[in-house]
Ligand binder design. Sequence first.
Ligand code: ATR
Length: 271
Amino acid sequence: MKKFAVFGNPIAQSLSPTIHQMFAKSCAEDISYEKIEAPLDGFEATIDNFFASPQAVGCNVTVPFKERACAMAKHKDDAVVMARAANTLMRNEDGELCAFNTDGIGLVADLTNNGLNLQGNKVLLLGAGGAARGVVHPLLNAGIENLHILNRTIEKAQAIAEDANNPKVTAVNHKQLLADYDVVINSTSASLSGTLPTVPDAVLANCQLAYDMVYSKDNGATVFMAHAEQLGAAKQLDGLGMLVEQAAAAFYIWTGKQPTTASVIEYLRNR
Ligand code: ATR
């Protein structure tokens, strides 16, 4: 049986085992997928121990270990290099650790699933942490016209724009904001504490989609979604679809099989 796991601290809340077991069933794969709480001072040893098993194929990594997963890996895909963080690990045939970041692919897939054609879109990204870094290239690859990054600490947005090294990516302050973004994406961790990043009401009122990268545990609206709806944003979405799509991209990396995601998203929405 192929062995998989997700590592985090805490990890009890993780939906990854449910998601991957549903993928495995639909792809006729027989897998085990555990959630493992790694100690804060022993993440690397826990990963080494996992991969010491000959059945171990791959794992996911979540908060607060994504940066350490990146640091451990011998090979990193472009998204990991940009994000400086990895959410997916596997060993290659030489036993070397390879790191991937599928968060951005997951975001773009979820936006597409929801009928958005990103081609030519103006996108405002709120926040400039690891979560923001991970979605820059996939959004650019999806053909957006520009990506403006607004962050409480502007230097961090400027650093992302510099690293992206693409004229379409700009760090902006409040005065430089456009009036007509198609999509506004909240990548800040503000939602996790029930607070809102500062963004002018008109920006949210005029957008086609206000997207919160976190998902709400009770399937209700996050504070950001509720705020955008109240202001008149045409549509609001949380990050549940992104969670399932980033998992699907990891499953494909590990198995070469592309699982169907719509039924999994629907199941989690109605759980
Ligand atoms: P992650 O890996 O989830 O992106 P992170 O790297 O700690 O986490 O980044 C968190 C992001 O959320 C940062 O952009 C942070 O803003 P600062 O760079 O100014 O710290 C942003 N953030 C967190 N709480 C916020 C709040 N209450 N209002 C606005 N931005 C917030």
